[in-house]
Write a protein that binds this ligand. Structure first.
Ligand code: PLP
Length: 397
């Protein structure tokens, strides 16, 4: 007799990641995978050596659940200097298994039934399941194309729509800067507006800053938690995955005021116990690398950004120039496909390049039906080959 499994309602409310699905499709058709945002590079050699050494030296058991003291100390230092958020390693820092766990532990620590969370869309796909798992009610605010004073198109929200999204039930707003999938970097004016609303409605900001070191054209990274009135109202989530090309190490962290940190640490403890101890030791070496390390990495990414922007534009895509992170959001209207998913399948099978259908980043999929995301964290020769393949679109349509 076959077993009738009775799954939780929550587990049925979200599906497998669209991006992982695209990766499978790319593998099947031997396509260049510009869908999944995995870094093309390796962690710095001295950081890898420190991890090996930590294992040899015996750091192979649990660390303190909320993070090894030396790693928390290095995080607090970095947060105080780079992010301008005065941080106490003992009171404000929780080391998590990637920022992914940091975001979920944070939501689990603050959400009660009926609490609303404001999310800008398009959004990083984890935020959808995060709200379901934590029981939050999401309220979405669109980031839409708008003409800047310098004639370029950028994404921003309608201030009236944002104001309307806030209510007495709002517990927090999630910000992601630099943003995935748009590459948008929130400006001081925008963050100030959001901060004012957080104060008016007595709610929190949860900010995902995993791409904080990846910003182009000299733009600054601003942490909303550094604004004076926001220090007591901000949960900052970040990690080492992208800045040090170590997504497999699962090193993330959450910085928050002490009462919030206490609650986040409890959630974190019973979800995962702790992040890998020897890798936290090596994380100290990473966080102590000089600023020139980040400058060199961002220069490499900037070269990739320019190369893919040129290839996509020549191939007929309308591109939004990203200000940060390593994604390019494009518009595919001109190709005349019925929707983004049909285009995604065609591009893999006929052209040999994979990307992500824009609708998968929206709660209201119709907002993304003409959009398509590529990522540019790829070796030079593979990006060049992708460019050549993309040039065939015009002849094959
Ligand atoms: N946040 C954003 C916006 C991301 O794009 C990603 C990964 O792509 C993550 C978080 C995941 O980071 P981590 O490896 O620290 O869990």
């Amino acid at each position: 007799m076959s077993v009738q499994y009775k799954l939780s309602d929550k587990s049925t409310r979200f599906t497998e990641s669209v991006i992982r699905g695209m990766t499978q499709l790319c593998l099947r058709y031997d396509a260049i995978n510009l869908s999944q945002g995995t870094p093309a590079y390796q962690p710095p050699p001295e950081v890898k050596a420190a991890a090996i050494e930590a294992i040899q030296e015996g750091y192979n058991q649990y660390s303190i659940t909320w993070g090894a003291p030396a790693f928390r100390e290095a995080i607090a230092q970095k947060m105080t200097t780079f992010n301008s958020i005065p941080t106490d390693p003992n009171r404000n820092v929780t080391v998590t298994c990637g920022s992914t766990e940091g975001m979920l532990s944070s939501l689990l620590a603050i959400i009660n039934p009926g609490d609303e969370i404001i999310i800008f869309e398009p959004f990083y796909e984890n935020y959808g399941p995060d709200t379901i798992i934590s029981g939050a009610t999401p309220v979405y605010v669109a980031l839409q194309e708008s003409l800047s004073s310098d004639g370029t198109i950028h994404f921003t929200y309608d201030p009236a729509e944002l104001q309307d999204a806030f209510s007495p039930n709002t517990k927090a707003i999630i910000i992601n800067t630099p943003n995935n999938p748009l590459g948008k970097v929130f400006t001081m004016d925008e963050l100030q507006q959001i901060a004012d609303l957080c104060c008016e409605y007595d709610c929190l900001a949860i900010t995902d800053e995993i791409y904080e070191h990846m910003i182009y054209d000299g733009k600054p990274h601003i942490s909303i938690g550094s604004l004076p009135q926001m220090q007591e109202r901000t949960i900052t989530v970040s990690g080492l995955s992208k800045a040090y090309s170590m997504t497999g190490w699962r090193l993330g962290y959450v910085v928050a005021p002490e009462p919030l940190t206490d609650a986040i640490r409890k959630m974190h403890d019973f979800l995962t116990v702790g992040a890998p101890h020897p890798l936290q030791r090596a994380g100290v070496v990473a966080l102590n690398l000089p600023p020139s390390y980040h400058q060199e990495l961002v220069t490499k990414y900037d070269t990739n950004r320019k190369r893919l922007l040129t290839s996509l534009t020549e191939a007929g895509f309308q591109c939004h120039q990203p200000e940060g992170a390593y994604y390019i959001m494009t518009d595919i209207t001109d190709f005349g496909f019925p929707d983004d998913t049909t285009f995604a399948n065609w591009l893999v099978k006929e052209i040999g390049v994979g990307g992500v259908p824009g609708s998968s980043f929206y709660s209201r999929p119709h907002l993304g039906r003409t959009k398509f995301r590529f990522m540019f964290s790829m070796a030079d020769d593979i990006l060049a080959e992708a460019g050549e393949r993309l040039m065939q679109i015009k002849t094959k349509i």
